[in-house]
Design a binder for this molecule. Structure first.
Ligand code: COI
Length: 351
């Protein structure tokens, strides 16, 4: 363990961190073979060796999670709702015909890595250490059947908020990212790969997020490429219901609870894009924001559709801003966590 701690101790955080580019020098790794998981261990961060015929490379048998360790105003680093990430990870795994990762193994990876890397967690408000647990099929076999062997990793990335600043969103009217009954509910690479061509075109047009519509119900809003959507109308908060095509966001569900406690009415419902745009135009919809682990809560300044722009009048809007401050205050340890969302990471690794 001493060598791993030395790797961490010698690691210098640069002045500019950004999101997702800087990797901690230690990772957690476990293997699954013949129906059994190894105990898993911390190892130096580095390339993974794979057979070129590994299932993941051909049939994308892979799932992942996104979660954060915060250390701003708390005594020790703290994780936000880690068991929810573990549950969602295993739901995604089931969808992709992969084995379950036992909660003890998942949590052991996440807490050991957070513990040893604690001094790499940026201490400024808004920053954190983004944790990325992932699992993939390693069996070398080109038949379209589930892999018999898997690897589970957790890597860590000191990070700023994913998308600081305002979001300019464009509606995707032609492509679908996921089918009804498809893998939109699973956090698997294919969902994100399927969004990339539209994201590239969206950026070429001067926007930075794609808003996806449902493939089965015409005009029904699903979600953004890696985030859920909220809109505010008459001081009520509306978000697309979990319709089987979108990811059940952990930040989304936290916002629904927090909003009720802040006195807002919340509605999970089918939101039609045409009526939303009309409500923005008429001034009834006053704000919109994206939410997710990486993005936290990011205000949307404009929604563009079929050559027309619909600017939101309040950016950031007061409702999104109030929710952002309440959520971050819990995550960063400034207020008491009455929801049981926080898990402290005590010093365990022997150095
Ligand atoms: C997250 O918010 O954790 C996500 O998964 C979004 C992303 C950066 C893919």
């Amino acid at each position: 363990m001493g060598d791993l701690q030395t790797l961490v101790d010698n690691f210098q955080l640069p002045d500019t961190i950004g999101f997702g580019r800087l990797m901690a020098p230690v990772m957690f790794r476990a293997e699954y073979c013949d129906g059994i998981w190894s105990a898993g261990q911390l190892v130096p961060y580095g390339p993974i060796s794979l057979d070129p015929a590994a299932k993941v490379l051909h049939y994308a048998q892979e799932v992942f999670e996104g979660m954060k360790a915060y250390w701003v105003d708390s005594e020790t680093p703290q994780l936000f709702r880690p068991v929810e990430n573990c549950k969602r990870f295993n739901n995604s795994a089931e969808f992709m015909c992969m084995p379950q990762v036992p909660e003890e193994l998942f949590m052991s990876g996440v807490t050991q890595l957070t513990d040893i890397c604690r001094n790499l967690i940026p201490r400024n408000s808004g920053a954190s250490m983004y944790l990325r647990p992932f699992m993939f099929g390693t069996q070398a076999d080109l038949t379209i059947t589930a892999s018999s062997s898997y690897e589970f990793y957790v890597i860590a990335s000191p990070a700023e908020i994913y998308h600081a600043g305002e979001m300019r969103v464009i509606v995707e009217r032609h492509r679908s990212r996921t089918a009804a009954g498809g893998m939109g509910v699973a956090k698997t690479g294919g969902n994100y790969a399927a969004s990339m061509q539209s994201s590239k075109e969206c950026m070429q047009q001067g926007y930075n997020q794609v808003l996806w519509l449902n493939s089965a119900v015409a005009g029904q809003i699903d979600e953004l490429s890696g985030m859920n959507l909220f809109v505010v109308m008459d001081d009520e908060l509306h978000t697309p219901e979990l319709n089987g095509s979108i990811l059940p966001g952990i930040t989304r569900s936290a916002i629904l609870e927090l909003a009720k406690d802040l006195g807002y009415k919340v509605r999970e419902r089918n939101i039609q894009i045409d009526s939303l745009l009309a409500l923005i135009e008429s001034g009834t919809c006053t704000e919109a924001f994206a939410c997710g682990t990486a993005a936290v809560i990011s205000p949307i300044s404009i929604i563009a559709d079929q050559g027309k722009e619909y600017p939101l009048p309040k950016v950031p809007g007061p409702v999104g801003q109030a929710l952002y401050e309440s959520l971050l205050a819990i995550q960063e340890g400034r207020v008491e966590d009455k929801y049981g969302w926080i898990q402290a990471v005590e010093r365990q690794v022997q150095v």
